[in-house]
Structure formats: structure tokens, C-alpha cells
Design a protein around this ligand. Sequence first.
Ligand SMILES: NC(=O)c1ccc[n+]([C@@H]2O[C@H](COP(=O)([O-])OP(=O)(O)OC[C@H]3O[C@@H](n4cnc5c(N)ncnc54)[C@H](O)[C@@H]3O)[C@@H](O)[C@H]2O)c1
Length: 258
Amino acid sequence: MPTHPNITVVTGAAGGLGSAIVESLLRRGDRVIAGDLESASFDRLLIALEQNGTHAGASNLITVPHDVTSAESWAALRERAREKFGEPSVLVNNAGISPKHNGLKLDGLDIPLPEWQAVLDVNLTGVFLGIQALAPAMKNAGYGRIVNMSSLAGRNGGRIGGVHYATTKAGVLGITRAFARELADSGVTVNAVAPGRIDSGMVAMTSDAYNEEYRKLIPVGRLGSAADVAYTVAFLTAPDAGFITGTTTDVNGGTHMQ
Ligand SMILES: NC(=O)c1ccc[n+]([C@@H]2O[C@H](COP(=O)([O-])OP(=O)(O)OC[C@H]3O[C@@H](n4cnc5c(N)ncnc54)[C@H](O)[C@@H]3O)[C@@H](O)[C@H]2O)c1
């Protein structure tokens, strides 16, 4: 168990779920390295932190332009983390894309190869590169927490994301279990979170009418919130969660139970 606060990397940190995760982990006292491809979008994150009164923790936060698909970018992010806080002990692989065309997915039979490849690169290879970049130091330290963002689509094939999206999110469950097994005896846990329809980020790409239709299918009777997901990530990345590894936590209001 660490004697110091978690040093936590969150990818896709400027997005809907990423911002909520950063905020929740800052409140817990983590030192946070927030990476995102769209570094201009960090303004939104910083304003949200200010509005929610988390500015007190802002000195515990650095924002870093970061591309999860690039091993060089991972090396640079790790270096920034080490300079500012020390070697990361927590990795939240949250970045993801779900391409839409006028708000709709393409049918699988129509997805062009570059779009397929781009989704695999971000949603799956990004997770692989992140673990390769940061887990060796966690392993040496004998402590680490890794959470990979999957999706309900990885469980049930999805409705709104395309075939590529569902494929990668199912792949996230596989890479989670495989690394969980490999790292289990070194104090590093690896778990996945599978959100259902969350009223945040990507969901804004579909119409209110569609989201209302979807809401009626959710037993809990509402869409999820970013805070619902952030709470789950905080739980799985807590120092006390050391006996939980290789799992998938569904955050879907009962839409899919197993
Ligand atoms: N919102 C939902 O309902 C929902 C449901 C299930 C799963 N998810 C998953 O949660 C995660 C976050 O989703 P969100 O709703 O916050 O989406 P979002 O679009 O708001 O945020 C995603 C972030 O990832 C960043 N990103 C994209 N490509 C990147 C790259 N190559 N390198 C680094 N950053 C990159 C984007 O700039 C963006 O800020 C994704 O993995 C998504 O698949 C979301």
C-alpha cells in the first residue's frame, strides 16, 4: 500500500467523463496528470473545477497535450508526471472515440477501413500503449491501479456506436483480463468499467428525442451521470481495492445484468 497520495494519469481528460473523473480524484487528494488530444478543451475542465470549488486542488493537477495512439506521446506524458509529482501509480485509460455521421453511426458493412483503424487505434491500442508505458514502474513499486473504460456496447454489441466501437469495447474487456492476470502478483490491479448511456460527452452527439426513448429502456429510469462513472473509477483505484482485479463493473442503471 502506498504511503503517499495516488499519482494518477487520466486520458481523454478534457471530455465529459474524463473531467468528472479528474474532479473526483482531485477531491480525494490524488495528484492528477490530465491528458487529452484536444488540449484547448482543458479550458472547459478548468472552468468546471473552479465552478465546483475544486480549485483548491488545482495545484495537484497538470494538463498535458497527449495522444494515446503514440508511444512517444506516452513517454512524454510520463516524463511530465515524473518531473511534477513522481512516477504514476494509477492509470485511467478513458480516451475513446465513436465516429458519427450527421449524428448517426455507419452500418458495419459501410465502415471504411481508415475509420475502422482509427477507432481501433484510440480505443484499444491506446489502452495497450498506456499500460506498456506506465505499468512497468508500478510493477517495480509493487503497487498500481489501472482502470480501462469499456462500454455497455462491449457487452451487448451496442445500439449507437458502430461495429468498430463495440468491437474495441469488447476488446477492452479482454486486455483488462489478460493484463490483470499478468500483473496480479505484483500489486497492480487492472479492471474495466462499462458505462451504459451516460448523460455526458458522447451522448450529446445524439438527439434529445433519442435519449428520451433510450431512457425508457433503463430500469432505474434515468440516464447515468458522469459522477456515477467517476465514483466507480474512484472505488476501483482506491488503495484498499487491492483484491479486485480482472473485473468489469457495469454502470448502466440495470440495462444489462449478468
Ligand atoms: N458517454 C457515454 O455514454 C459513454 C458510455 C460508454 C462508454 N463511454 C466511454 O467513456 C469514455 C469517455 O467518453 P465521453 O463520453 O467522455 O466522450 P468525450 O468525447 O466527451 O471524451 C473523449 C475524450 O477523448 C479525447 N480523445 C480522443 N482521441 C484521443 C487521443 N487519440 N488521445 C487522447 N485523447 C483523445 C477527446 O479529445 C475527448 O476529450 C470513452 O472511452 C467512451 O467510449 C462513454
